[in-house]
Design a protein. Structure first.
Length: 314
């Protein structure tokens, strides 16, 4: 169900269009020669990588006379790839990101950090919005005030690593919105884990299961709360529609928590949230950013719908 976009998010899209055309596009056009040089040399660099790998494999076989030893040349190929392609591409991408997102966020009244610390990620684990992790990478934090609410959005890649394997626990956006008033209880909106998963999910969290009347929402989510009345008040039909629409359009799994004075969201994605795309197309192509801005507006739509309902009553 597509709902009309709230006023604030329509304004955000309009401001993006203006600042991109007037400020960002000219800067990107001035740096497009760097992108062209990098992509032009890619074929030559791959030839060097293959030649270096083949030479290393030949040397290893010559020294050991063992066919299996040629696989020891793989780190050589990986190292040359990192030096010639991966590192220059990453450096240019990071530089272009800052060229784009710093002025864009400035124009929208937000702040952008390429390398945030992700210090509140453990809070998301406590609320069961992400699993437990011991390795983390955080990039591309956007923070500031939206509709009189302090917020932060950060791209997070969380892993659980031990000596035998490495498992991705979460890859996507962690979003936190600080509300003007505290919630009376704690309400978790989690993914439906089936009968056994839901039973185990309820153990130990000291929250009661909340039954809702929307069958679509019930099929997708399991809601637990320490305050049944407040949970039903928060999860209005309009709010549930927004959340389901967000999942559908992002092709993601979203989890929510209402706790203290915060609304927290984990949004699983199969891509980096602030991915500016491949370098084969001109840097000033607006399509690189339009999808990112639309993703942000959908998240803001969910929060704004909650605010419109709860502004005078929470």
């Amino acid at each position: 169900m597509d709902l009309p976009s709230p006023t604030h998010t329509r304004s955000l899209l309009e401001r993006f269009e203006a600042v991109f055309d007037e400020e960002i596009a000219p800067r990107l056009q001035a740096r497009d020669h760097e992108r062209v040089a990098l992509t032009r040399n890619k074929g030559r660099n791959w030839a060097v990588i293959i030649a270096a790998s083949a030479a290393a494999a030949f040397i290893m076989f010559f020294l050991t006379r063992d066919v299996d030893s040629v696989f020891m040349a793989l780190p050589v190929g990986a190292g040359v790839y990192w030096l010639l392609i991966a590192r220059p591409t990453k450096r240019l991408t990071d530089s272009i990101k800052q060229e784009i997102f710093i002025p864009l966020c400035d124009a929208l009244g937000f702040t952008y950090h390429l390398r945030p610390d992700g210090s509140n990620a453990r809070y998301f684990t406590e609320l069961r919005l992400v699993g437990g992790f011991n390795r983390s990478r955080f990039e591309d934090e956007v923070s500031g005030r939206y509709d009189d609410l302090d917020f932060s959005l950060v791209d997070a890649h969380l892993k659980d690593v031990d000596k035998d394997n490495s498992r991705t626990v979460f890859h996507g956006l962690l979003a936190a919105f600080e509300m003007t008033k505290s919630f009376r209880g704690r309400t978790l909106v989690l993914r439906d884990g089936g009968m056994l998963g839901n039973f185990l999910g309820g153990i130990g969290n000291k929250l009661e299961r909340v039954r809702l009347e929307d069958p679509r929402f019930e099929r997708a989510y399991e809601v637990y709360s320490s305050d049944q009345v407040e949970a039903r008040y928060l999860l209005t039909p309009a709010f549930m529609d927004r959340l389901l629409d967000l999942e559908r359009q992002l092709n993601s799994k979203v989890r929510l928590a209402f706790d203290r004075n915060s609304l927290l969201m984990s949004i699983e994605l199969n891509r980096d949230a602030f991915n500016i795309g491949k370098l084969e197309t001109p840097l000033s192509d607006k399509r690189r950013l339009l999808g990112i801005v639309k993703d942000l507006t959908m998240i803001f739509d969910v929060v704004e719908t909650l605010r419109l309902n709860a502004e005078t009553k929470l």
